[in-house]
Design a binder for this molecule. Structure first.
Ligand code: PGA
Length: 242
């Protein structure tokens, strides 16, 4: 079941989503959070940091698994998702760095890394709350449109649209890695709760397609229609067509 929450602007969207994550941590202090990168969640991380700094939120027992990482970028690269998570979130809260996992984009054997990541998620008890953004291709994590839904954590070739969208973070489109490693849809769909956030007019069309169009691997996020507990939080612009 999908519940929609429309908020006035980015700040309100971030506030609402942060409250849901905080509630999850209050209910289960040692929960496993599935975390996302991209520009959309930055406001949420900021709000969670503020709650932590105000003494309202304790991350000491929280564990986390991130959705994805670019292939070939080391954790020190300033566009890697290791770096993003450290700089935008982890270093500002009291999560145990050893409990905060991000797939290894430098792994020699991506198949083995993918299998190990899936095994880790299972060993940690499965994801309690998965935070997702949505790409213009309909991707969640880096699961791009395909002929069938990808299941396990795997290496993926990024869609040209994704490379173009993400080139704003790099010196040029040529510098955007062509491949990434991403959690597949099995771990995402097995999360007990899913929280998807989207803001801005450029997301309005894909949000409508994902949640009101057919369930198809051509729009990977559409699979979320089959999940029992999804909350979609959008701002006015991203929610303009729903
Ligand atoms: P964005 O990316 O938050 O930077 O728009 C979303 C995504 O690609 O999942």
């Amino acid at each position: 079941m999908v519940k929609f929450v429309k908020r006035q602007d980015y700040d309100q969207m971030s506030q609402y989503a942060a409250e849901l994550i905080a509630a999850q941590i209050w209910m289960k202090p040692d929960c496993l959070l599935g975390l996302a990168t991209g520009s959309t969640p930055l406001g949420i991380y900021q709000k969670l940091i503020e709650k932590h700094q105000a003494g309202l939120l304790d991350f000491s027992k929280v564990r986390s698994v991130n959705l994805d990482e670019y292939c070939g970028l080391s954790p020190e690269h300033d566009q890697s998702y290791h770096y993003y998570m450290r700089e935008n979130f982890f270093k500002h809260i009291n999560i145990d760095p050893k409990a905060a996992h991000v797939p290894d984009g430098m792994a020699e054997d991506m198949e083995a890394e993918g299998a190990a990541y899936d095994a880790l998620i299972e060993q940690l008890g499965g994801i309690d709350l998965q935070l997702l953004g949505i790409g213009n291709t309909g991707h969640i994590g880096f699961n791009e449109p395909e002929d069938s839904f990808p299941t396990g954590t795997h290496r993926v070739r990024l869609a040209q649209k994704t490379i173009d969208a993400n080139s704003r973070f790099f010196a040029s489109a040529d510098d955007v890695p062509r491949y990434a490693i991403t959690m597949g849809l099995r771990s995402i769909m097995n999360a007990r709760k899913i929280l998807l956030v989207a803001n801005g007019a450029s997301k309005a069309d894909i949000v409508k397609q994902a949640f009101f169009g057919p369930v198809t691997p051509q729009v990977p996020a559409s699979v979320l229609q089959l999940h029992p507990d999804v909350t979609v939080v959008v701002d006015e612009e991203a929610g303009a067509q729903i």
